[in-house]
Design a protein around this ligand. Structure first.
Ligand SMILES: *[C@@H]1O[C@H](CO)[C@@H](O)[C@H](O)[C@H]1NC(C)=O
Ligand SMILES: *[C@@H]1O[C@H](CO)[C@@H](O)[C@H](O)[C@H]1NC(C)=O
Ligand SMILES: *[C@@H]1O[C@H](CO)[C@@H](O)[C@H](O)[C@H]1NC(C)=O
Length: 428
């Protein structure tokens, strides 16, 4: 054990010295050589030299919600030329990853755990994506740490260039892998759950070490550093954190009738379904969860959950009740009792922060849940703009949805810089 630690220390030292050498090679110091700069890991910080055209924005002013900076970003985000200059085509990633070392170094991927605390608490991620490779790569880079595990599910029917680009990126990172069995995801259908299940199964097989499981889609982005996440997860004391609430009557049609998939779409049939197995109360939640390893083991090993899964396969939007229901089954690690007093909303859970259009309102409103979206809406969900960042960072959630480099690349850019700077500052 002690020897192992020493070896790891040696590896880290080698990496640091290697990077130092690289640093000196790449940047002849302009104003003298400042060793503290190097040894404080500042070379891993994102600088204007790494940024695209977004660098004209003042991120610290944006993060403070300063009006002028936010307005400037807003105007830039709707400028056509700016958009064109930010977008990175799939071919770029295929080409840039021919040389993995250069790709990882120039993109400043972390190549060693930033702390012992994080190294001792690895996380497992399932990423279900179907397009927008640039969003995916920026998300992956933001959450990447060598001690974690990442399973990537690319939709079977995605464009070949999306498959190639993501395969190329994944091939450069040893702890990131493609799911062993990809499915064709159907909106609101069972395959969305199957995609996560396939990743869960691969993640269990790939390591016995990881402690918590988090699932993401390509338009999520973290609000916390890896160290902050580790500390928040440890403080859950083995508990899970996900939306799980009483099912509203107006949603019960989703599992009262049988639904079939035909022509790539989910279709209603008149066939009534049997009640759920074991009289489990069906709870309402969403597709995105933060659960401990034991919960995932239960999903594959508990016969009651196997029955529930079989029963759910012909329902509408099972992703929005299955995880929430499992979370209230007695005996599942980290679960809570099915009594309504344990209901947890998406706002109280730490899994995902989403702004729904019908819950927005001005400050001081007696009904609103959050301030108005500063970006724009897609299917009633806010795609965050730079003006949303200050509010986002005031929340306790690990991740927020949706971010989109096609709509507001500045929001992503400022989050990237903020998180990396914070992660490096946490070292001291
Ligand atoms: C960016 O905004 C911050 C906060 O308002 C300010 O202190 C700083 O001088 C600004 N930087 C630039 C380059 O304008
Ligand atoms: C691919 O990379 C090479 C150098 O690594 C570069 O010269 C070339 O322009 C790139 N092609 C594309 C399409 O980006
Ligand atoms: C792990 O892998 C083995 C062999 O590839 C497979 O039979 C088994 O079902 C897998 N286990 C899980 C939990 O997916």
């Amino acid at each position: 054990m002690r020897l192992q630690r020493q070896t790891r220390l040696l590896v880290k030292l080698t990496v640091v010295l290697g990077s130092l050498w690289l640093f000196l090679l790449l940047r002849r110091p302009k104003a003298g050589w400042d060793p503290t700069y190097v040894f404080r890991y500042n070379w891993l910080e994102y600088t204007d030299d790494d940024g695209g055209p977004e660098k004209v924005c003042n991120c610290s002013a944006i993060l403070r919600g300063e009006r002028e900076a936010v307005e400037k970003a807003k105007i830039l985000a709707i400028t056509k030329d700016f958009h064109k200059s930010v977008l990175i085509p799939d071919e770029y990633y295929i080409n840039a990853t021919h040389d993995c070392w250069t790709f990882k170094t120039s993109r400043k991927y972390l190549t060693f755990p930033l702390s012992q605390e994080e190294e001792d608490f690895p996380l497992a991620y399932s990423l279900v994506v179907h397009h927008k490779v640039q969003n995916f790569e920026r998300l992956l880079r933001a959450i990447y740490a060598p001690q974690n595990y990442y399973c990537v599910h690319v939709d079977k029917k995605s464009d070949p260039s999306v498959h190639s680009a993501i395969r190329a990126i994944v091939s450069c990172l040893p702890n990131v892998f493609l799911v062993s069995k990809a499915v064709s995801v159907v909106y609101s259908g069972w395959p969305r759950v199957q995609a996560d299940l396939n990743c869960m199964s691969d993640l269990i097989n790939v390591s016995t070490e990881w402690k918590y499981f988090i699932n993401l889609c390509g338009q999520d982005f973290p609000l916390k550093t890896n160290l902050e996440m580790v500390r928040m997860l440890r403080s859950l004391g083995g508990g899970n954190s996900l939306e799980s609430e009483r099912m509203p009557a107006e949603k019960k049609w989703r599992f009262s009738y049988s639904y079939k998939i035909a022509d790539g779409k989910i279709q209603w049939s008149e066939e009534l379904k049997k009640p759920p197995p074991h009289n489990f109360p069906i709870l309402s939640g969403n597709a995105y969860i933060v659960v401990n390893r034991g919960y995932i083991h239960s999903v594959f090993e508990d016969p009651r959950i196997q029955d529930l899964i079989e029963w759910s396969k012909d329902t509408y939007s099972p992703d929005e009740f299955l995880w929430a229901t499992i979370q209230r089954i007695p005996g599942v690690p980290g679960s809570t009792w099915p009594n309504q007093k344990y209901d947890m909303s998406d706002v109280n859970a730490i899994a995902r922060l989403v702004k729904w259009v019908w819950h927005e309102g001005s400050e001081g409103s007696l009904k609103a849940v959050y301030p108005e979206c500063q970006g724009n809406h897609v299917r009633s969900i806010c795609v965050y703009g730079a003006g949303d960042l200050q509010w986002l960072l005031g929340n306790h959630h690990l991740f927020a949805n949706k971010f989109d480099a096609d709509r507001d690349p500045i929001a992503i850019y400022c989050m990237e810089k903020y998180l990396r700077r914070k992660a490096l500052a946490e070292l001291y």
